[in-house]
Design a protein around this ligand. Structure first.
Ligand SMILES: [Zn+2]
Length: 279
């Protein structure tokens, strides 16, 4: 189903590694590379998967939300089946109700695709509404962050002799492995798009992004060893709303208005306040 265009926020900028960063690609079978290489693109250059960046951003936003509520309909635990805002079993019930409803002529209009989507949305927590859930498409797309090529000349570094602590890289036999990192000072291109988000959702997004801008978040493995710190710098933040879509379509030059993060963050704060006051 094609969603009506309401708005688009386009963000572009760069992410710099503040410390060495390690996003693992699993075990290597090559005798000449590190035991544990980092992820590389087809041209053998490092990149940061957009999904990795998004995952860190999401976890951070979840932690902010958890500081004021444990209500799973505000912030759920997506990795715990029982902690999800809309559990698989609840989704099953909703589908059954829809199928039954559609068989009754007098109820049919309550169970159109659109009405069904509304019912899903109503049960979807704030975080899933922006970042997506198994039942609800994400409004935020983050592209893979590719290394800025003119500054990259194979600065991979190998480090050796560590006990591996990431899930997929656990060394149960006590053996030490060489692992590869991308050093500090490497730049990656950042590009993200947010479609049809409410203002408070954009505010919630910016609360998360500002922690990346301050260089407070880590990505990849080894954060306990001081790896993974990155810093985001946004160079353009263009917002096209419903009123400007026509202008955007007829004028190639028109990139949108400058994002109004201040008022969006206020909208988010107002919604949180409203929630805390029980409205
Ligand atoms: Zn959720």
């Amino acid at each position: 189903m094609f969603d009506t265009f309401r708005s688009r926020l386009s963000l572009e900028g760069a992410v710099e590694t503040v410390t060495a960063v390690r996003i693992g690609a699993g075990r290597s079978t090559s005798p000449v590379s590190a035991d544990l290489p980092v992820v590389r693109d087809v041209a053998n250059r490092p990149y940061i998967p957009g999904s990795s960046f998004k995952g860190v951003l999401r976890s951070y936003v979840e932690s902010i939300m958890h500081s004021f509520t444990d209500d799973r309909h505000i912030v759920c635990n997506p990795v715990d089946e029982d902690g999800q805002c809309l559990k698989r079993s609840e989704m099953g019930d909703l589908r059954k109700a829809r199928d039954a409803g559609r068989r009754k002529p007098e109820e049919r209009e309550n169970w159109t695709d659109q009405e069904f989507s509304k019912k899903i949305l109503k049960k979807t927590c704030w975080v899933c509404q922006l970042f997506g859930s198994p039942w609800y498409a994400s409004k935020l797309q983050i592209r893979d962050l590719h290394v800025q090529q003119d500054l990259w000349f194979d600065q991979y570094q190998q480090r050796d002799g560590v006990a591996i602590d990431r899930d997929t890289e656990t060394s149960s036999d006590g053996k030490l492995y060489d692992y590869e990192v991308v050093p500090a000072g490497v730049l990656f291109d950042f590009h993200a798009i947010v479609d049809n988000a409410e203002e408070w959702q954009l505010g919630m997004l910016y609360v998360g992004l500002s922690a990346f801008e301050k260089g407070e978040l880590t990505i990849g493995g080894g954060s306990s060893r001081g790896l993974g710190l990155i810093e985001l710098s946004l160079e353009s933040e263009d917002y096209i709303d419903k009123q400007h879509i026509l202008q955007h379509l007829i004028d190639e030059e028109y990139q949108g208005e400058i994002a109004d993060r201040k008022s969006w963050i206020s909208a988010f704060q107002a919604r949180v306040k409203q929630q805390l006051e029980g409205n």
